[in-house]
Write a protein that binds this ligand. Structure first.
Ligand code: EPU
Length: 362
């Protein structure tokens, strides 16, 4: 639909509509071609915009922090709805945030208010509303553990309501929200620890860095500072001057291998690597292997394929695919396929991408 018509259609919604925006400017991977963008600064504008576009049959791409998206160089043919709502309220042990609120600002505000629970999720790029979609997790904590309610717009019925976590099908880096375009997250509510202590420390790297024992708590502010330091060391805290952070975080999820295949995978690792100290973590239906470890042992070192390539593995962490400044979506797709296929060939494990892809397939 021509820009003038979209602009007219959305005139009463409260959205700010812009023509030919380079989506690279709105994503942390900094790739993505042009699109019409409707920016919504209030939840009312967001709801009205999505309803209007849906009624008119115009394809919608929802975008907030842009930190988990790989968008094609051709851009997007419909309308990108940019969730720019940013309200946040702390009341007793609860925090309620608009979907578009910057996630790390929410975590920082709760820690400063003396509330614990979210500190392990410090420094994660993106928006508060994106966190339940793929059940964001880090350093032993997942949002599903603290989430009280999610406010959703059901695009099929037009209805808005608060939904409890047990309706959302949370698992490792997944929920029912990840596999459907029907619900739009409008807001989130978390219940936190009012004594200011952290969630029990479960991640070895973290409790060791803190000199703490597994399962113990520490002041949330101390844990937040340590998490930020550990993440920064891996290039996982956004820094526009550091190309290692021009990424979508982990590009692949850690593969869960069913228990009955574990021996076979371990045998492939022993045969090819001769190193059987592969890190594994317990998972619901088997064991979770470390994708970063597998990538590195499959022959893709940090910085692969080398300094001249526009798209490379981060020089700090093999699980992040990065844009060195001039990469296209096609460059990143090629790198992702090379890594995925190399790991599959060597270890018989197929890595699954974590970011949402738009107009590209791996
Ligand atoms: N490793 C390597 N080479 C590397 C990086 C890691 O061999 O370059 C191996 C090491 O053995 C290391 C292990 O992989 O001990 C695990 O690495 P790390 O502690 O960095 O954790 P991860 O499993 O790679 C996950 C999440 C991250 C989260 C960290 C910390 C996934 C897909 N990723 O990474 O989340 O920050 O744990 O909890 O679950 C994200 O999802 O975007 C993300 C950054």
């Amino acid at each position: 639909m021509p820009f003038d018509e979209v602009s007219e259609l959305l005139a009463a919604t409260g959205a700010r509509v812009r023509n030919s925006v380079r989506l690279a400017e709105l994503t942390t991977l900094r790739v993505g071609g042009p699109a019409t963008v409707a920016e919504c600064a209030t939840t009312d504008a967001l709801v009205a915009t999505v309803r209007t576009l849906d009624t008119a049959g115009i394809p919608v791409l929802l975008l907030a922090g842009g930190s988990n998206l790989l968008i094609s160089d051709a851009g997007f043919g419909g309308v990108v709805v940019r969730i720019a709502t940013d309200d946040m309220r702390i009341d007793a042990d609860r925090v309620v945030a608009d979907a578009g609120a910057n996630w790390d600002a929410v975590v920082a505000a709760t820690v400063e208010a003396g509330l614990g629970g979210l500190e392990c999720l410090s420094g994660i790029p993106g928006s508060a509303g994106a966190t339940p979609v793929q059940n964001v997790g880090a350093y032993g904590v997942e949002v599903a553990q603290l989430l009280r309610r999610v406010r959703l717009l059901d695009r099929a019925s037009g209805e808005e309501r608060w939904v409890e976590p047990d309706e959302l099908g949370f698992g490792y880096r997944t929920s029912v929200l990840k596999h459907s375009d029907r619900p739009v997250v409008l807001g989130v509510e978390f219940a936190l620890r009012s004594d200011g202590s952290s969630a029990p420390l479960r991640y070895r790297e973290l409790y060791q860095a803190l000199g703490a024992e597994e399962g113990r708590s520490r002041p949330a502010a101390e844990v937040r500072a340590t998490v930020l330091r550990l993440r920064a060391g891996k290039g996982m805290v956004l820094d526009s001057g550091d190309h290692d952070t021009w990424s979508a975080g982990s590009f692949f999820t850690n593969p869960v291998v069913p228990s009955d295949r574990e021996a076979e995978v371990r045998a492939a690792i022993a045969e090819h690597v001769g190193d059987i100290t592969v890190p594994v973590y317990p998972a619901a239906d088997g064991v979770k292997f470390s994708a970063g470890w597998l990538i590195e042992r499959a022959g893709f070192a940090k910085g692969f394929p080398g300094p001249q390539a526009p798209a490379r593995l981060s020089t700090k962490h093999t699980l992040a695919l990065t844009n060195r400044g001039s990469a296209t979506a096609a460059d990143l797709v090629e790198l992702a396929r090379t890594v995925r296929d190399g790991v599959a060939e060597r270890f018989g494990i197929r890595l699954e991408p974590e970011p949402v892809t738009v107009g590209v397939t791996l």
